[in-house]
Design a protein around this ligand. Structure first.
Ligand code: DGJ
Length: 729
């Protein structure tokens, strides 16, 4: 819970497994004193005393570079990277915010228009609001610290208010900024590119500044807005880990600066790239929220904290807690080249194999025979679907399947009826050239009339057709970012306003169609973040379904995001992007480790393959509750040996699933037993079909290696297996 000590002016935010402490120094500045496991009294005494000594006699000349600061400013004796920057009317950029007041509130304030994690009655959540003021200008900053004490989650947000008489320009405004004392810090990030999203990357933090960011207008394939800082190198069960997950889908930035003194400054929030917010008197600007979690014992624990929080508090709506249907998607089966009969043929075969939903992907609207036209014209193409969408949907429902449909709402093709009518509706700057990517331009989502058009046209399709699911795609970065609907001084706001516009449209459609399951997508996983997840509870994680690449993608994604949120499909072999071949079992078990789908023309598969697929689908139906709502544990990383292993355990620890992926025949250390996690040490677990039973203690400390993974026995490249464990007496 949150306590305030009025004598020391220290705030203590106490969770079940961690503590964070902020303080106000006598001159009025703010300090971030501590974050970590509950400190021993002598440790706490050490740093509070140090804080008092350093801040007792702060004068304008005091060197602040070694003071632990919170949301540090610019222009004074702290030359480290500031959390914010404001340009005043006279062109100066110097402000000095001092403590004005604070309040400890029950629950969490509402911030409409921005993704916001929910509070349920059992959470016993409290929020500390600290208000700072820059006296000469009347500007105020609110810092919010919302503590979920039993979930070990600290949710941060910041807000700036112009209570002065003159407009200012906000040039940078992070969500959080904090300092950590000298240590051998490492930074874990999830970088990548299209078709290889969220690759685990780890680097030591040396003197200087590392910027992790997106400048693409979306959170991006290039770098995911989730990162961890570790003390030394952490492993799954060792090392202190500090996690930062930004609930935002646009340009973002994390700065990690190791100062000459060894102190680490961390800022995270909106990117300052091309950003400027005009703040007129009376106006307020609110930053997105950031989820901070701490683990004293490695990555596994921090992933548990994020997984359950994302599943239970970030994802909202009817589908958040519901098992997700197994879908088949026609994209890699047909691309743009399909007719009513093709979709029906795929759906019929899919129904026979146990699939639960048919998703019609790109190409059903306008005159879209390839990717060079029709985005924005959300009217069915009767050449391809002469009976129309409602009839197709009905025929699919008659097969016992749900029906899903693809949209790319935020885009406009220069070759479209919409563009003929509204050439000014795309992002653009005066008469400068509008550069296309994938032959398309980006709609100006800052404009209410654009959002209304999308709400009406997409809404009409969903109303007329029985649509159970929408795949919301977004296939390019933002360029020529400008909006003629905003005045010159507000052009620096366009990228952020774009993102707010997207959120608004998503929210309106969610409210109007509460039963529809929305899945986010951006050229695969280019916008896989907590912002999207708070509107759309699952996201297509990558266009790449290749057996090897997917392993790395799902491994990286799993550090923050639970399996339920991650769409994963069984594709064809050879893979259509990499041309690599992999056995069906391998592809199936990978997809079954997340939110399962299929993406291939299975009507053209051999009888044998279809039968095998039906077996996996039926097995997935049995294990779905465990995969989608159980606890996920990484056991072996794809980078260490040629073997990867992970598992799921039920909340009561009575059931477990062990997945092993051996990419080449085992050699050397590859044959060591796999040590399991998350079991009850005292229970005896039967391993189904293996005629073996071991205690949880044995499986976790000594491990187990199935016969088929021992030297010389693995039959193929890419050999995978799934074992089901059941606790008996
Ligand atoms: C990109 C997506 O990631 C794919 O799954 C597919 O929907 C295409 N777009 C369609 O254009």
């Amino acid at each position: 819970m949150i306590h305030f000590d009025p004598d020391q002016k220290i705030f203590r935010l106490i969770s079940d497994r961690s503590v964070s402490m902020m303080a106000v120094h006598p001159a009025g500045g703010l300090g971030f004193l501590y974050w970590g496991k509950t400190p021993a009294p002598e440790v706490e005494q050490g740093f509070t005393q140090e804080w008092e000594e350093k801040t007792r006699d702060i004068t304008p000349n005091t060197d602040l570079n070694m003071v632990r600061r919170d949301f540090a400013d610019f222009g004074h004796n702290d030359l480290r990277t500031p959390a914010y920057l404001v340009e005043l009317k006279d062109g100066s950029r110097i402000t000095e915010f001092h403590y004005l007041s604070h309040e400890i509130l029950p629950g969490k304030p509402d911030f409409p228009g921005l993704p916001s994690s929910q509070v349920l009655s059992e959470d016993q959540v409290q929020t500390l609001r600290l208000t700072l003021i820059d006296q000469p200008t009347g500007l105020e900053i609110d810092l919010f610290y919302t503590l979920y004490p039993h979930r070990d989650m600290l949710v941060r947000r910041s807000r700036i208010r112009n209570k002065g008489t003159q407009a200012v320009k906000v040039l940078k405004f992070a969500t959080l900024g904090l300092d950590l004392p000298p240590e051998d810090y490492h930074l874990v990030s999830f970088g990548g590119a299209w078709a290889r999203e969220r690759m685990f990357q780890e680097r030591p933090l040396l003197q200087g500044t590392v910027r992790l960011e997106s400048r693409r207008g979306i959170s991006s394939h290039e770098m995911n807005p989730f990162a961890m800082v570790t003390k030394g190198r952490a492993s799954e069960d060792q090392g202190e880990v500090f996690g930062f997950a930004l609930a935002y889908s646009g340009n973002w930035l994390l700065e990690a600066e190791v100062h000459q003194t060894g102190w680490l400054r961390l800022n995270m929030g909106l990117s300052d790239f091309g950003f400027q917010w005009f703040l007129a008197p009376g106006e307020t600007f609110t930053a997105p929220e950031c989820l901070m979690a701490y683990s004293p014992s490695g990555f596994d624990a921090i992933s548990q904290t994020y997984h359950s929080f994302v599943r239970d508090r970030v994802c909202r709506g009817k589908w958040a807690q519901k098992p997700r249907p197994i879908l088949i998607n026609n994209w890699e089966a047909t691309y743009f080249d399909f007719k009513h009969e093709d979709i029906l043929r795929i759906a019929k075969t899919a129904a026979q194999t146990g699939v639960e939903m048919m998703v019609l992907d790109d190409g059903w609207f306008g005159k879209r025979d390839k990717d060079d036209s029709s985005l924005g014209d959300w009217f069915v193409d009767l050449r391809k679907l002469p009976k129309g969408l409602p009839a197709l949907s009905k025929e699919i429902h008659d097969l016992g399947l749900k029906f899903g449909l693809w949209f790319e709402p935020e885009m406009i093709s220069p070759r479209s009826r919409l563009y003929e009518k509204h050439p000014d509706w795309c992002l653009h700057v005066n008469d400068r050239e509008r550069k296309t990517a994938r032959n398309q331009l980006v709609l100006d989502m800052t404009r209410p009339e654009v959002r209304d058009y999308l709400f009406d046209t997409i809404g009409r399709v969903l109303e007329e057709t029985q649509v159970d699911y929408v795949k919301w795609d977004m296939n390019r970065s933002l360029t020529e970012v400008g909006s003629p609907s905003l005045p010159p001084e507000r052009q620096g706001e366009v990228t952020h306003r774009y993102c707010l516009g997207v959120y608004e449209l998503m929210e309106r459609l969610n409210k109007r169609f509460p039963n529809v399951l929305f899945e986010g997508c951006a050229g695969g996983g280019g916008r896989f973040d907590l912002g999207i997840l708070s509107y759309q509870p699952q996201i297509w994680s990558s266009d790449n379904m290749d057996g090897w690449d997917r392993l790395l993608i799902q491994y990286g994604t799993s550090f923050c995001y639970p399996a339920l949120t991650q769409g994963s499909h069984i594709g064809s072999s050879p893979n259509q992007i990499t041309r690599r071949e992999s056995p069906l079992k391998w592809r199936a078990l990978l997809a079954m480790s997340a939110n399962l789908g299929v993406e291939a023309d299975i009507s053209k598969w051999s009888e044998g393959d279809r039968k095998e697929l039906a077996g996996y689908i039926s097995l997935y139906k049995e294990i779905r509750p465990l995969v989608q709502f159980g606890d996920f544990h990484r056991l072996e990383a794809p980078y260490d040996f040629a073997r990867t292993a992970w598992m799921f355990t039920s909340r009561d620890q009575k059931e477990a699933l062990l997945f092993i992926f051996q990419s080449t025949p085992p050699q050397g250390p590859g044959v060591k037993p796999v040590c399991l996690r998350g079991l009850d040490p005292a229970l005896l677990y039967q391993i189904k079909g293996e005629g073996a039973a071991f205690t949880g203690e044995h499986l976790m400390s000594d491990g187990w290696l199935p016969k088929e993974f021992q030297t010389g026995r693995v039959p193929t490249l890419f050999h995978a297996a799934l074992y089901r464990l059941q606790a008996g007496n």
